[in-house]
Design a binder for this molecule. Structure first.
Ligand code: C2O
Ligand code: CU
Length: 497
């Protein structure tokens, strides 16, 4: 039992298998970077999204059917304020059940967007049978079904941060996010507003993801039987994760952004199913790291490059004011081979007034100490055999059990978790936010700084984190955010009590 697999890694810095597009590759740096629109409330404190298919032009000259919140990919950005609770109604007009998780959000358990807490489209109630053909344990009692639509309530008692929302349906998160069900949620607060950081049109969310396309422009995904309501899961040869060969930023292939010669705040989100990036500027200018997954750092740090695994966010400041009009600067990915070595381009325009600056101090930060932990737990993320199932992606040797729970955690306490990996696993916890304490007994890396909700585990690595649970009691989960691993059962529930 148990085993380590390194098959299909397309380079040593990725766990995944490359899916090749049939569509001719678009010319780079021709399409303008789209900025996702900001969601408008339908009334005070109330937003409404409709998940629906729509045909859009991603690869110039072709049409792609996306599944989007309000038919958009990325979905509209929820731009919210700390301390102002909101309701988000999600209506499902797709042909498949969905669940919407606010990633990084401190949310009540019944609004967490659990994998078994689904919005089933009207008219599909009879067709949909929870857990049929599932990779996971069969436990119909764990399922909660809403017909047509439901409300999610977010109380937003958390610092300003770049969060995101995405589909989380059990067994099908990977193909449903691949088709477009993801968007930003930016939380703002007075502390962030008072800092002299770039604002407005110089504060830009950048959703990075890789995709592959059929010759006619349709999304290509290696599902087992090519349908989404039938057999779940990715075909066996892609069980390590699906890597696409077209780089999308905010849904556009290798786009270009015209920038003023001024400072910009860039909010990177890696929304890829499996791909990791090491981001850098091709002129070797630094990325000034100011924010992590769930908030601003204590102070800015200059980085020459920035590793971002699936679901991680990093906020940086880039100063374009030093460059002459017309200068072109490419954002590159040092882990990407061939086509995936470039991400997007910035084209510098005229010098403008810029009253922004990068303060020496950002927000107060209290480093947790190992002695703060009241409980220690170990979670091992590995490919191992599960009785009756063959080999699967597991946590502590177990496939996801929707009705089970791996831990009881006391609300308000700090725990020390030791995470162990066989291959790359971006490990994510719901509700809890954590600080990385060590990697293989050594200090964490630069990009582990600050409060996190996802950590980039490398092959055969042992990572210790100090995790704090605040806000709500109830059932939450931890899982691998390589979406193919997640769909192949690398998830576990825990209870906050
Ligand atoms: Cu972004 Cu449980 O996921
Ligand atoms: Cu994984």
């Amino acid at each position: 039992a148990g085993g380590v697999t390194y098959a299909f890694a397309t380079d040593t810095q990725q766990t995944g298998a490359l899916l090749t597009s049939d569509v001719p590759m678009p010319e780079r740096f021709k399409v303008r970077l789209p900025i996702p629109e900001t969601a408008k409330p339908v009334k005070d404190g109330h937003y409404a999204f409709t998940q629906r298919p729509r045909k859009v032009e991603i690869i110039p000259g072709t049409k792609t059917e996306i599944w989007g919140y309000d038919g958009q990919f990325p979905g509209p950005t929820l731009d919210l304020r700390r301390g102002e609770p909101v309701t988000v109604t999600v209506a499902n007009k797709l042909d498949v059940p969905t669940s919407t998780h606010l990633h990084g959000g401190v949310t009540a358990a019944d609004s967490d967007g659990f994998p078994t807490d689904l919005v089933v489209p009207k008219g599909h109630g009879g067709h949909f049978k929870p857990g049929r053909h599932s990779h996971m344990k069969h436990d119909p009692s764990a399922w909660k079904l809403h017909t047509g639509q439901r409300d999610y309530g977010y109380s937003l008692d958390q610092p300003a941060a770049t969060l995101w929302y995405h589909d989380h349906r059990m067994d099908f998160t990977a193909p449903q996010v691949w088709r477009g069900l993801a968007g930003f949620c930016i939380v703002r607060d007075d502390v962030d507003d008072a800092l002299p950081l770039p604002k407005g049109e110089r504060d830009i969310p950048l959703m990075l993801c890789d995709r592959a396309f059929h010759a006619d422009g349709a999304f290509k995904y290696p599902s087992k039987d090519g349908t989404l309501m039938g057999e779940p899961g990715v075909s066996d040869e892609y069980h390590e994760g699906v890597l696409g060969d077209v780089m999308l930023v905010n849904g556009a292939p290798w786009p270009v952004l015209d920038v003023d010669a001024a400072r910009y705040r860039l909010r990177f989100l890696n929304a890829s199913n499996a791909r990791r990036y090491e981001l850098a500027l091709d002129n070797d200018a630094p990325l000034v790291h100011i924010g992590s997954d769930v908030g601003l750092l204590d102070k800015p740090r200059e980085l020459s490059s920035l590793v971002l695994a699936s679901a991680e966010r990093a906020e940086v400041i880039v100063d374009f004011s030093k460059y002459k009009p017309g200068t072109e600067i490419t954002l590159v990915n040092k882990l990407g081979a061939d086509d995936m070595a470039e991400v997007m381009r910035f084209r510098v325009g005229d010098k403008v007034d810029d009253d922004s600056s990068i303060p020496d101090e950002l927000v107060p930060f209290k480093a947790l100490k190992a002695s703060d932990a009241v409980t220690e737990r170990t979670f091992k993320f590995e490919y191992s055999s599960v009785s009756g199932h063959g080999s699967m992606w597991t946590i502590n040797g177990e496939a996801y059990d929707p009705g089970g729970s791996m831990a009881k955690i006391k609300l308000g306490t700090v725990e020390k978790w030791t995470l162990i990996s066989d291959v790359h696993h971006p490990v994510h916890a719901h509700l809890g936010h954590f600080q990385v304490l060590s990697r293989d007994g050594k200090p964490p890396r630069d990009t582990d700084a600050g409060w996190k909700d996802t950590v980039d585990m490398r092959p055969l690595e042992v990572v210790e984190v100090l995790i704090k649970f605040e806000g709500y009691k109830g059932r939450y989960m931890l899982h691998c955010h390589n979406l193919e691993h997640e769909d192949m059962a690398m998830m576990a529930n825990f209870d906050v009590v």
